[in-house]
Write a protein that binds this ligand. Structure first.
Ligand SMILES: CC(C)(COP(=O)(O)OP(=O)(O)OC[C@H]1O[C@@H](n2cnc3c(N)ncnc32)[C@H](O)[C@@H]1OP(=O)(O)O)[C@@H](O)C(=O)NCCC(=O)NCCS
Length: 180
């Protein structure tokens, strides 16, 4: 099992095929999907396709979302990490993203693992710049991005909703000197 980084409470590793159950639990919660188009999954097979696609991305691009696992209970917490993305904008970029099961919200896990993901992106994946997008009304996500050191750079529309656009480059990341 490929563990990339960890905090006191969670470890972050590559997805494995059996994580489909965790993804199904995550993506069938309407509160989780509220700022992500609001469409929830119906079938476990849809979750399996999502996991298979993430594993394909590891092979194709050398990166993709990573599974967050609770160290104490072994539960699937959600995911974090950098994805090569081109769906939201009309260009390819490296997207910082996260999605946690509701029972794990409000514990700082999103922020801690986002910072570690940025560190991984700059120092292991050797990226020059990492971006992120969040619905204008998604205040929790914007807080996570700001606390991770990302800076807002205007807005754009995706699926009819206005989104904030964020970026951070390696120079800024290093200047922040976060404990990772
Ligand atoms: C976004 C998400 C990952 C945040 O998870 P979390 O566990 O609450 O994140 P953290 O605990 O690290 O930090 C959240 C911060 O936002 C703040 N916050 C939460 N809800 C808020 C709200 N409605 N308005 C303003 N701030 C809010 C918290 O107080 C916290 O800040 P603080 O540490 O300064 O107090 C979680 O809500 C989630 O998984 N949502 C569903 C998926 C999703 O929307 N992903 C992002 C897509 S852009």
């Amino acid at each position: 099992m490929n563990i990339h980084f960890e905090t006191d409470t969670v470890l972050v590793r590559d997805f494995i095929s059996t994580d489909a159950n965790g993804i199904f639990d995550l993506d069938t919660d309407p509160d989780v999907m509220k700022f992500l188009g609001g469409v929830t999954l119906n079938e476990l097979s849809e979750a399996q396709s999502l996991v298979d696609d993430i594993i394909w991305q590891y092979q194709e691009f050398g990166m993709g979302r990573l599974a967050i696992i609770h160290k104490g209970t072994d539960e699937f917490v959600g995911w974090t990490g950098i994805k090569r993305e081109r769906k939201l904008r009309d260009f390819v970029y490296y997207d910082m993203g996260y999605r946690l099961r509701k029972k794990f919200w409000g514990q700082g896990i999103a922020t801690d693992t986002a910072r570690l993901s940025l560190n991984y992106g700059f120092n292991e994946l050797n990226l020059k710049e990492i971006n992120a997008a969040a619905d204008m009304l998604h205040f929790a996500s914007q807080k996570v991005l700001l606390k991770s050191g990302m800076q807002p750079h205007g807005t754009f529309y995706y699926l009819g909703e206005e989104h904030n656009w964020y970026s951070i480059d390696k120079k800024r990341w290093e200047s922040l000197n976060f404990k990772t």
